[in-house]
Design a protein around this ligand. Structure first.
Ligand SMILES: C[S@@+](CC[C@H](N)C(=O)[O-])C[C@H]1O[C@@H](n2cnc3c(N)ncnc32)[C@H](O)[C@@H]1O
Length: 245
């Protein structure tokens, strides 16, 4: 018997994140990982770059004493986010908001323990957020999750960054959670995935090895992706429809 197939996986039972009703732009694996990490760390202070509806923010708020949430616009924020009493919203470009925030946190001797980077997804944007976040001098271990490490533009920034120049970074894994292909019906696009960076208060004594646990999977999919075709065959755009078939 032929059974109908659905490639979008949008009718899942409500196992993961059932406590969190606000629409959330992450995969099941990412949601489960974020909930578990935050439940383990229970951050004193957390920062989120990129709030959108407030999906990931509802989890940060639930597990942290205090959260700073940066977004260039509040327009998409769900009204239920107004109930998060431990969240301070900073509206503006993370390029300017983040350095000011990190300066303020250092001055007030607040203890940052968790950061989610999920704002500007261009290579320059991710590099800039990464650079600014890594200006922190950690008082306690700081865990940094970067969303969309499976997207070629984001991954290019995550790979290009010189982590060895920062003595407090002691762990970098680009495929802490593996991403997805055709995510949310975006044809031949690569999105999702978590990179994970950890900083420690003690300076590192040895060189850092950057890990790309799923590098082979990433490469295989990349050559089938729209990102590859766009980069190398952009001049053939009018004929792109042929590839879609
Ligand atoms: C993918 S959404 C975040 C989703 C959210 N973290 C979640 O999982 O539910 C990206 C957000 O980043 C914001 N953004 C884009 N560029 C930004 C920038 N330069 N500074 C601050 N926020 C930015 C967008 O407005 C958008 O709300």
């Amino acid at each position: 018997m032929n059974q109908p197939l659905n490639y979008s996986d949008n009718q899942e039972p409500n196992y993961i994140g059932h406590k969190y009703p606000i629409q959330w732009s992450m995969s099941r694996a990412e949601k489960a990982t974020l909930i578990e990490i935050l439940n383990y760390i229970k951050p004193t202070v957390a920062i989120e770059i990129g709030t959108y509806n407030g999906g990931s923010l509802q989890v940060l708020s639930d597990h942290s004493e205090k959260v700073y949430a940066i977004d260039i616009t509040p327009d998409h924020r769900d009204s239920r986010c107004d109930n998060f009493e431990n969240v301070t919203y900073l509206i503006g470009d993370s390029k300017t908001e983040l350095p000011k925030l990190i300066h303020k946190i250092a001055k007030n001797e607040e203890i940052i323990e968790f950061i989610l980077i999920d704002g500007d997804h261009s290579t320059e944007g991710v590099l800039r957020d990464l650079y600014n976040v890594l200006q922190i001098v950690p008082k306690k271990p700081v865990t940094i999750i970067l969303h969309d490490s499976f997207n070629p533009n984001c991954r290019a920034a995550m790979k290009a960054f010189d982590y060895n120049s920062n003595p407090y970074v002691n762990y970098v894994e680009l495929d802490y959670v593996t991403g997805a292909f055709n995510h949310d019906g975006l044809f031949r696009e690569m999105w999702g995935g978590f990179a994970c960076i950890q900083m420690q208060p003690d300076k590192r004594q040895v060189d850092l090895v950057i890990s790309e646990y799923q590098a082979k999977l990433y490469k295989i999919i990349y050559y089938k992706s729209k990102h590859f075709y766009k980069k190398f065959f952009g001049f053939l755009k009018p004929f792109y429809r042929i590839f879609k078939k």
